[in-house]
Design a protein around this ligand. Sequence first.
Ligand SMILES: Nc1ncnc2c1ncn2[C@@H]1O[C@H](COP(=O)(O)OP(=O)(O)O)[C@@H](O)[C@H]1O
Ligand SMILES: N[C@@H](CCC(=O)OP(=O)(O)O)C(=O)O
Length: 378
Amino acid sequence: MLKEFDASILRDARRVVVKVGSSLVTNEGRGLDEAAIGEWCRQMSLLVREGREVIMVSSGAIAEGMKRLGWTTRPREVHELQAAAAVGQMGLAQMYETKLRENGLGSAQVLLTHADLADRERYLNARSTLLTLLKLGVLPVINENDTVVNDEIKFGDNDTLGALVANLVEADALVILTDQQGLYTADPRKDPTAQFVHVAQAGDAALEAMAGGAGSSLGRGGMITKILAAKRAACSGASTVIAWGREPDALLRLCRGESIGTLLIAPTQKTQARKQWIADHLQMKGSVTVDAGAVHKLRSDGSSLLPIGMTAVEGGFSRGDVIAIRSDDGVEVARGLANYASAEARLICRKPSSQFEKLLGYSAEPEMVHRDNMVLSR
Ligand SMILES: Nc1ncnc2c1ncn2[C@@H]1O[C@H](COP(=O)(O)OP(=O)(O)O)[C@@H](O)[C@H]1O
Ligand SMILES: N[C@@H](CCC(=O)OP(=O)(O)O)C(=O)O
């Protein structure tokens, strides 16, 4: 196990996903905790003002819905849980909107399902929307779209959703705020001798043995889903901090480089992780051939691939598929995520972006493959 809490990880993080659990958000089910939500919103707005990009993943819809409906025990029927989520989500969105606005920040509600992130096209759409919101200086507040999912396809707990969002937007860090100071060697509610874990490597199997289930009937996952979320976030190079949500100024202090909570360090760097994922694609559904000028731009200038440099489109692929980029002698120059399906790519091949709207009926990205989603082949 690692000993040093590397405070520079959070200090240097530009893009951060913050996740808060149901019990914190709803004050153990007593109703939306206005003061706590206000505090997180104040801190997040200060972070945005200093140039960081922040996304919030907030639970609490079901717990708040139960409170508003006067239900004291969690229903077992899925449609009742879904109804509670629909009621509670109104309050949640309203509260975040109000508190962020009070702090001078715009907000946006994004409700996602597993199917949205499993489908390549919807995945890319969700990604583009979130990145656009960040660029606009608006803070996205995400929850699972509980009303349309059933048990088999649910994320279930928002720790997993937080990690998937961190992967989706390639965040530098995931901060999971909960009702404990962080990870202990055993559930501190059950084992008073449990020791605090300051730092460890995300994905270390020993952590999974320490973590138990949820501490209250409101939380879904407990510590185990947080440990697994850290492992998942690490796949795209994001490190995770698990910290107490009521720790004064926790978010600000973490981003100033203070050691708070448990840090689970991603073993691979962000860009390396993403490029590795692209490079590892053995089977590609298609390719594009590019002219000598485009080859030079990709290899020497670090440019994205624009359709004007393409001379042919081979195979059938969808938006979001990994495709090969080849020179006219068939040698693979690079590979990356296609912004356009093959049928559309054929329409805009050799064309400048000014003509895309006329050719496609809509205007979208100027790049066929963006540099961030591309890795050069050796
Ligand atoms: N090893 C552990 N260290 C800390 N907390 C643990 C551990 N194992 C289980 N837990 C429990 O996990 C709970 C936090 O998870 P959960 O109730 O799902 O919260 P949230 O709503 O914040 O996601 C804690 O209150 C604690 O009882
Ligand atoms: N989407 C659900 C959250 C599920 C849940 O309980 O998550 P968590 O409290 O983070 O373990 C809701 O808003 O009620």
